[in-house]
Design a protein around this ligand. Structure first.
Ligand SMILES: [Zn+2]
Length: 429
């Protein structure tokens, strides 16, 4: 056993208390061995002046959309998708997706994110990129039925399932998979009724967009006379290991239903604000006992992948929407970005305790904007930026040391992504 001691800092515990202490991890099992007074390790990572916290979990993302960062802004969801996003996405190649994903991975790792959920295309490329970069991910090929005949739509579901079966457990288990129909309005019911049971048989969870905008909810209510999550439940899409993105326009009955089913919700406050989709009823979900995670959504609707930004946005939007300064407090958003995300994605991480996966972010608190530290959790929620992350550790391996990504060449990744993005947009236009 080779051990790594993250030494000399303070540690954020699962109950969100903070004490001085070290974290000892085993880089073979990838697990935390001891916390506090740990004794020596074979190697040491300096955490003096830092807070050691669980690695952040970005529970809803379309990583390669980094290529579309700043390409089209300031439009509502439907218009933006139809006019700008889908025409460009139709031109995406495997190489584009690899380049965009690697750009995302640099950004995620440098801002302390150790796990993410990705729903996109060319997923074997994404799996390879994740395997090489060293972090953890739950990946799914996004199924979209819009504009496809039945054969093509069916082939899309087949591709999603085939990827899910083949890559589950890939990269020593760091890559897990899921079946990902895009949403309840962009995928045909008959095919859902056929493929959801097939996904259950394959033993992979479901992840889909739900109740993101009113424009998405109203047609389902008009056509079916039931709420979207009631329809999803009827198709068998709300299982204990499943998680839905957004859940902005959910009523009390839907919140009670999703709580009863044990399905998690991924809150994406920046994307929801930017597309003017609305404010998700986060206090109600939490009151009902729903696991709530945080996601950035794609970089095209955010426009970054910094989970610290997302924590702040979640707290601010929650208070603003509820007209209540105590709604969605600092503790809630820190929990959503760590333990909540790990629980939603089904990873035994998100908490610093012996036996948990050694996925950690070491945040440099020796900065003017983080001084003084009356309350470390407050600083994390309201004042920390992704660029304050000094080291990132995943599965017991150091992936970022002194703000430098060790597993990817950042300059080369940026150069490739810039070229690919320029070329992609030129092809689409
Ligand atoms: Zn999304």
């Amino acid at each position: 056993m080779a051990t790594l001691r993250i030494a000399g800092g303070r540690v954020l515990h699962p109950d969100l208390s903070v004490t001085e202490g070290d974290v000892l991890v085993d880089d073979e099992s990838g697990e935390i061995v001891a916390v506090g007074d740990t004794g020596d390790g074979d190697e040491t990572l300096d955490a003096a002046g830092c807070l050691v916290m669980p690695g952040l979990v970005n529970a809803h993302c379309h990583a390669a959309m980094t290529l579309l960062r700043g390409y089209a802004d300031d439009k509502p969801l439907e218009t933006w998708l139809r006019e700008d996003v889908w025409p460009v996405e139709a031109e995406l190649t495997d190489d584009d997706i690899r380049a965009g994903t690697e750009l995302a991975l640099v950004e995620l790792l440098k801002s302390g994110t150790t796990a993410f959920a990705d729903m996109y295309f060319s997923m074997p490329e994404v799996a390879e990129a994740v395997a090489d970069a060293g972090l953890r991910a739950r990946l799914g090929h996004g199924v979209v039925g819009v504009g496809k005949d039945e054969d093509d739509a069916r082939a899309d579901h087949e591709e999603s399932l085939a990827f899910a079966r083949e890559y589950d457990g890939y990269a020593d288990g760091r890559v897990q998979t899921m079946y990902t129909p895009h949403s309840l309005t962009t995928v045909d019911e008959a095919l859902l009724r056929e493929y959801v049971p097939a996904a259950r048989e394959a033993g992979v969870p479901l992840h889909f967009h739900a109740n993101e905008t009113r424009d998405e909810v109203d047609p389902i209510v008009d056509e079916r006379g039931e709420r979207p999550l009631e329809y999803a439940d009827d198709v068998g899409m709300l299982g204990e290991s499943d998680f839905v993105a957004h859940g902005v326009h959910s009523d009390a009955a839907e919140i009670a239903l999703i709580a009863e089913r044990g399905t998690a919700v991924v809150h994406c406050p920046a994307s929801n604000m930017k597309l003017a989709s609305g404010a998700a009823p986060i206090p109600a979900y939490r009151r009902e006992g729903v696991t709530v995670a945080l996601g950035t959504d794609g970089a095209a609707s955010n426009n970054d992948l910094d989970l610290f930004d997302e924590m702040r946005d979640a707290a601010m939007l929650g208070k603003h929407a509820a007209n209540d300064a105590s709604a969605v407090p600092a503790e809630a958003v820190v929990e959503m970005a760590t333990a909540g995300g790990a629980d939603a994605l089904g990873f035994d991480a998100g908490r610093i305790a012996a036996g948990k996966k050694a996925d950690l972010a070491v945040v440099d608190f020796e900065a003017a904007h983080l001084t003084p530290t009356h309350d470390a959790v407050s600083n994390l929620a309201y004042a920390t930026r992704g660029s304050d992350v000094k080291h990132t550790v995943c599965d017991g391996d150091v992936l970022v040391r002194d703000r430098e990504v060790l597993t990817l060449d950042e300059d080369a990744v940026r150069e490739r992504a810039t070229e690919r993005a320029r070329d992609l947009v030129a092809r689409a236009e």
